[in-house]
Design a protein around this ligand. Structure first.
Ligand code: RUB
Length: 305
């Protein structure tokens, strides 16, 4: 199995998980694959790249950051006057590295901005595993803030354990609960912060299944609910009425040997409507759902091309 196929397998199996890690791995695999392609001309080269882009995108249908990043790289190639395959491969490298650099810079900004939201002696609630939320919590700790975290285990794949390991390693006092205990323990928290897989044109948030329950629980006890995200997780197609597809995962993740005739549903994500979200913590600042589309169109015009 080559590096490209291994990346596909690891993304599908959630060995590589979280929107950011998925996008970074997909970009690296795309870059690698471009170097292996043999083609006579630019049209053939782009045709092959389109095919590999589709293969990557199909690994996780609810990941616009991966889609946007690969589209960004391919668009740069299509718009260039360069025709020679070797030079085109170089262009891919340049575009990919540029995207990765901007992504890293955006995440660093979010860590700084998000850390300022964490109050001293507070209790922060989080769900699943988001590298963006992790960056914020670690930055807050680095800045000398004292706080505790309550986090879910995130069934069925237990991504909460990744969060738990990272937080404990960072020396942040952490308590894990089962997903169904969210409403019980939310009263102990001062705020909740989760990651994001998708920001839609209606400013809704799509994130790990259970996020909606957490947001509803926050509303009930009147504590703020935030999502930390780079703006490139916006799905431009939702502007044209496309309903974001929610990835349905293998029922065996829930129960490997269920009784026959039992139907099991295993959606990976859910949709949290804008009225439950206090703000998005982004590289452009803390932005309310009402203004996020405008900020995205001002700063990321390439997404709409
Ligand atoms: C992970 C998940 C994360 C977002 C954001 O789901 O929902 O909250 O992807 O992650 P899964 P990040 O484990 O199914 O991929 O902040 O790292 O982009």
């Amino acid at each position: 199995m080559d590096f490209f196929q291994k990346t596909i397998k690891d993304i599908k199996s959630i060995k590589i998980q979280g929107a950011t890690n998925v996008a970074i791995s997909a970009i690296k695999a795309f870059k690698w694959k471009a170097k292996q392609i043999k083609s006579k001309n630019k049209i053939e080269f782009i045709g092959k790249l389109e095919h590999y882009k589709r293969e990557l995108i199909e690994t996780r249908p609810t990941e616009p950051l991966m889609r946007n990043s690969l589209r960004y790289i391919l668009n740069l190639l299509k718009r260039s006057d360069e025709r020679e395959p070797k030079k085109l491969v170089k262009l891919i490298d340049i575009a990919a590295d540029e995207f990765l650099f901007n992504l890293t810079k955006a995440k660093q900004k979010i860590a700084q901005i998000g850390a300022s939201v964490i109050k001293n002696n507070s209790v922060i609630f989080t769900h699943c595993h988001s590298s963006t939320v992790m960056d914020i919590l670690k930055m807050a700790k680095k800045k000398g803030k004292k706080f505790e975290v309550i986090q879910t285990e995130s069934r069925p794949l237990y991504q909460g354990r990744i969060t738990a390991k990272e937080l404990v390693k960072a020396g942040i006092p952490t308590t894990m609960i089962v997903d169904s205990a969210v409403s019980t323990y939310i009263k102990k928290a001062d705020m909740a912060i989760v990651g994001a897989d998708v920001i839609t044109a209606e400013s809704s948030l799509i994130n790990k299944i259970g996020t909606l329950n957490l947001a509803l629980a926050c509303k009930r006890v009147s504590i703020p609910f935030f999502s930390a995200t780079v703006l490139a997780k916006f799905d431009p197609e939702t502007m044209f009425g496309k309903q974001e597809e929610i990835e349905m995962r293998n029922p065996k993740e829930v129960w490997d040997k269920p009784p026959r005739r039992l139907k099991i549903l295993n959606p990976a994500f859910d949709v949290t409507p804008r009225e439950l979200i206090n703000a998005y913590v982004t590289e452009e600042g803390i932005i309310t759902p009402e203004s996020i589309s405008e900020v995205i169109s001002l700063n990321y015009s390439w997404m709409f091309r």
